[in-house]
Write a protein that binds this ligand. Structure first.
Ligand code: TNX
Length: 506
């Protein structure tokens, strides 16, 4: 696409639509390829139509109608002055091509996921006022040119800990809306821990009756759990936004809440006392008892039944109360159980100590870079998702002034979240073994939705860009500028993000 001489662009701008103030390359996460075509901008008007037959056309219309105040009818037949969504092979699982010209916009993708991603890009090419929920009087210009975009990694995730503080389905849906804007495609839910149990299991009902009761959670002010209908509803809501739910039940450690509900899950049969503090590593399932495996199998089966996504996360971290041999014996039985119910076993990187982890996914959360057990598991076939605590942990404070947040992995400002490469962080792990990145948000210090958004944004966007954008686009100066320009969108959307002093917010 040949760029028009500047003088022509200026002249045409003088006649009617002023050129878009937004650059084609301003998108978060950075697009793989962009060819600006200045002067060939598209303007959404009262006469614009949306052409497309699937659900994403409806999502686009719903995103653009409130602020524009236009009807934006959806039709199936080709039309002039249209934003056209069309399926066509050749753009990969999640990639898309977006072509913007004076006479129309065309979005092409292989499937629904690519169309959804293209729509997220398109929304960012309109002025921040597009986020308003009432009609704004202004011109709606989309900058001319072509974008060809596709992900670097198939897995771009974030985690929410419902155990230390429960978050309601409404809060989780709001969070899903916000993370999906940045092409995050997995939401890992940490559903059980020492302080609470947050998902209904029919075969073991006291887990939630007791482990999800009011007063469970850090500080005793959590409480609550997801019913199976809640969970299935969240799975569907997320899927509509190209997000796969990854459920986690943490074991054999982090099980105090389960053992209060069912004392037979301890070796001495005595119920432990309730814990609402933040300590870790003191509880363990009784690895030599058969009832342990009946419990684990019931939980895995019921969880697998309501989870269409491929992964089932079994925790496996910080098992300081489980002797090493017992840990290996436990994993030898439990990792295959996940596969028995049709899921890929997924766990914190400690599961890599088990030879049974060769068909699993390890979530690397360490700060040290030398991990023989991880390297051995990977050599045997295990895959890795990168969540190094010192770069991706969204519960760490930004700096000493951050209200809330922990600090054991250090302060993580935006530049620290952005300043690493998933492909080279761990020596000896081939790039082909890395499925992607995830930014976990533990909830010891979180209460409200504001708390969630404050710690997640803007850092999660840095992780989203590391996961989506080709490495050649990696550039702090560029990221910083694009992030600063995104601020007004969050303001419009009511997101209480951290106004990092590293960023010049517009
Ligand atoms: C470590 S990282 C944990 C969690 C805590 C978190 C707090 C990991 C696998 N386990 O139990 O919530 O630190 O940052």
């Amino acid at each position: 696409v040949a760029a028009l001489p500047l003088v022509t662009a200026t002249a045409s701008a003088a006649s009617s639509p002023a050129p878009s103030p937004i650059a084609l390359t301003s998108v978060l996460p950075a697009v793989a390829e962009a060819q600006p075509d200045p002067g060939n901008d598209f303007r959404i008007t009262a006469g614009t139509v949306i052409v497309g037959s699937g659900e994403v056309a409806g999502q686009l219309a719903a995103a653009l109608r409130p602020a524009t105040g236009f009807a934006l009818p959806i039709g199936a037949m080709p039309a002039a002055n249209a934003i056209t969504l069309r399926l066509e092979p050749g753009h990969g699982d999640e990639g898309y091509r977006l072509t913007i010209r004076r006479d129309g916009v065309e979005l092409l993708a292989t499937g629904r996921a690519g169309l959804f991603n293209g729509v997220q890009t398109l929304r960012q090419l309109l002025p921040p006022a597009i986020e308003a929920d009432t009609p704004q009087r202004r011109k709606w210009i989309i900058p001319g040119g072509t974008i060809d975009d596709r992900p670097r990694y198939a897995y771009r995730g974030t985690m929410l800990d419902l155990a230390r503080h429960f978050h309601t389905p409404d809060e989780i849906r709001t969070h899903i809306d916000r993370i999906s804007r940045f092409k995050i495609n997995h939401l890992h839910l940490h559903l059980s821990d020492d302080q609470g149990w947050r998902i209904r299991i029919d075969a073991w009902p006291r887990l939630t009756e007791i482990g999800g009761a009011p007063g469970t959670g850090v500080g005793g002010d959590g409480g609550g759990f997801l019913t199976k209908d809640d969970y299935r509803g969240l799975v569907r809501y997320a899927a509509d936004r190209n997000i796969t739910i990854v459920p986690e039940i943490d074991m054999p450690g982090h099980v105090n809440a389960a053992q209060i509900a069912y004392p037979e899950l301890t070796c001495d049969g005595v119920a432990p006392r309730q814990r609402t503090d933040m300590r870790v590593g003191y509880s363990t399932l009784c690895v030599r008892d058969e009832i342990t495996y009946r419990f684990v199998e019931d939980v895995i089966r019921e969880l697998a039944e309501m989870t269409p996504g491929p992964y089932l996360h079994i925790g496996g971290d910080e098992t300081f109360a489980t002797p090493h041999g017992s840990y290996l014996a436990f994993q030898r039985r439990v990792l295959p159980l996940v596969e028995k119910y049709g899921k890929i076993p997924y766990g914190w990187h400690e599961i890599g100590q088990s030879p049974a982890s060769a068909t699993s996914v390890l979530q690397f959360w360490g700060r040290e870079r030398n991990h023989p057990a991880v390297a051995t598991a990977v050599a045997a076939g295990a895959k890795v998702i990168m969540s190094p605590a010192d770069h991706t942990y969204l519960d760490m404070e930004y700096d000493l002034l951050t209200p809330g947040g922990l600090d054991w992995a250090g302060a993580i400002e935006v530049s620290t979240a952005y300043g690493w490469d998933p492909a080279t962080l761990l020596p000896g792990i081939p790039a082909t073994s890395i499925l992607g990145v995830e930014a976990p948000l533990w909830s010891e210090t979180l209460r409200t939705e504001d708390d969630i958004e404050f710690l997640a944004f803007p850092r999660l966007v840095a992780i989203a860009e590391l996961g989506w954008s080709p490495r050649v686009t990696h550039d702090w100066a560029s990221f910083r500028t694009r992030l600063g320009a995104y601020g007004p969108r969050w303001v419009r959307d009511g997101v209480r993000f951290h106004r990092s002093p590293e960023i010049r917010w517009s």
